[in-house]
Ligand binder design. Structure first.
Ligand code: CAA
Length: 381
């Protein structure tokens, strides 16, 4: 596995680190408390080229490798996990499916906009269809040279701020193989018939919006169909293979940030006459955190490297997400423990890391779904 970065990629990773310190650290607590998506910061990210990272240069993006992209996500999540997921969803399940499955016209029309001032979102889950993605009910009915969409999507990250939705919809009823009746559509936010419903009041990632999106007699041209009818489930699964690498790197970034908070606190807090960092109980926790973070980072980088090398990476993405998210759970738990009672208050950032981490074990496929993907892959090898 060769993870060498071009000079430009090294600069982008450095830029992400500086951006996180300068622009995100001062506001991370405030935007969490206010439950506010920092649009002004996203605009700045767009200006410096951090948002359309994976979009190729021919469509005005930065065109970085997945390996570089996961480093950027980690740098952002180390400071503010909410902004990191905006970027991850925008690139991996927003722009990537257009690049991979879109027509020339769709790529030319949408990718340059997603590289400049548009945000993308992914509409898959519904009230009765989460883990069982092929049970979705939102329907797209062909009517002449257009489709009419009716139904509602839930848990849409970037839902209220997006300009473009990738919507998975049922175009045919195939009882034994329902996934083969699913198709994907590119739907612009200002299409009549779309309304943004409830914004979830979440435990963590409060500065990232998670919305219900309603489609009522929402008419889109037939050219909004991505690929052909019936391949939507495959598009969604491949988008998620990509997205799970991003969530894995987000989990690594959260854990790294939590470890740094714990180390700083352990050096400053005195108990039994010396800084608690001098006590072996604390050193052991720090050693375990560092070791587990390194292991997870390696899995994430391996999945990214396989994708860049054009190799299969669904199992590796699931392994990276599964291990990194559960690892970050253990790390934030220990990091909060190092803080003692102080960590249980909003005075310390670790309280936010603790809440932000939890959803990495749930969204873009729960840990249980990752185990299904990994188990099935191993058994079929
Ligand atoms: N790439 C390409 N094709 C794939 C694939 C992949 N990674 N995974 C499955 N497929 C294909 C299979 O080959 C099969 O194709 P055939 O037509 O030839 O049969 C078809 O898809 C069905 O596959 P399965 O029988 O394995 O499907 P399943 O119904 O058993 O489901 C699952 C498998 C892994 C559980 C899947 O449903 C899944 O990943 N569920 C979790 C969904 C999820 O992650 N939801 C969260 C999404 S969004 C979100 O979190 C919010 C946000 O905004 C970020």
């Amino acid at each position: 596995m060769d993870l060498t970065f071009s000079d430009e990629e090294k600069m982008i990773i450095e830029l992400a680190r500086e951006f996180a310190e300068k622009e995100l650290r001062p506001i991370a607590h405030e935007i969490d408390v206010e439950k506010r998506v920092p649009i002004e910061v996203l605009r700045k990210m767009q200006e410096v080229g951090l948002l359309g990272l994976m979009i190729p240069e021919e469509y005005d993006g930065a065109g970085v490798s997945t390996a570089c992209y996961v480093q950027v996500i980690e740098e952002l999540a180390r400071v503010c996990a909410a902004v990191a997921i905006v970027l991850s969803v925008h690139n991996s399940v927003g722009a990537y499916p257009i690049l991979r499955f879109g027509s020339d016209e769709q790529r030319k029309n949408y990718l340059p906009r997603l590289a400049s001032d548009w945000i993308g979102a992914f509409c898959l889950s519904e009230a009765a269809s989460g883990s069982d993605a092929s049970a979705l009910e939102l329907r797209a009915t062909k009517d002449g040279d257009s489709y009419v969409l009716n139904g509602a999507k839930l848990w849409v990250t970037n839902g209220s701020i997006a300009n473009l939705y990738l919507v998975l919809a049922k175009t045919a009823d195939i009882p034994d193989r329902p996934h083969r009746g699913i198709s994907a559509f590119l739907v612009e936010r200002d299409t009549p018939g779309i309304t943004v419903g409830k914004l979830e009041d979440k435990m963590g990632l409060r500065a990232s919006d998670t919305a219900e999106i309603h489609f009522q007699d929402c008419r889109v041209p037939a050219s909004a169909l991505v690929g052909e009818e019936g391949i939507g489930f495959k598009i969604a699964m491949q988008a998620l293979d990509n997205g799970r690498i991003g969530v894995g790197s987000q989990a690594v970034g959260i854990a790294q940030g939590a470890l740094e908070e714990a180390v700083a606190y352990a050096k400053e807090r005195v108990a039994f006459g010396r800084p608690i960092a001098d006590h072996q109980a604390i050193q052991f926790m720090i050693a375990d955190m560092e070791t587990e973070i390194s292991a997870a980072r390696s899995l994430v980088r391996r999945a990214a490297w396989r994708k860049d090398a054009g190799l299969s990476h669904g199992k590796e993405a699931a392994m990276a997400k599964l291990y990194a998210s559960e690892m970050s759970h253990r790390v934030v738990h220990r990091a909060l423990q190092v803080h003692g009672g102080a960590g249980y208050t909003k005075e310390y950032a670790i309280e936010r890391y603790y809440r932000d981490q939890r959803v990495t074990e749930i969204y873009e496929g729960t840990s249980e779904m990752q185990r299904i993907v990994i188990g099935r892959a191993v058994l079929s090898e």
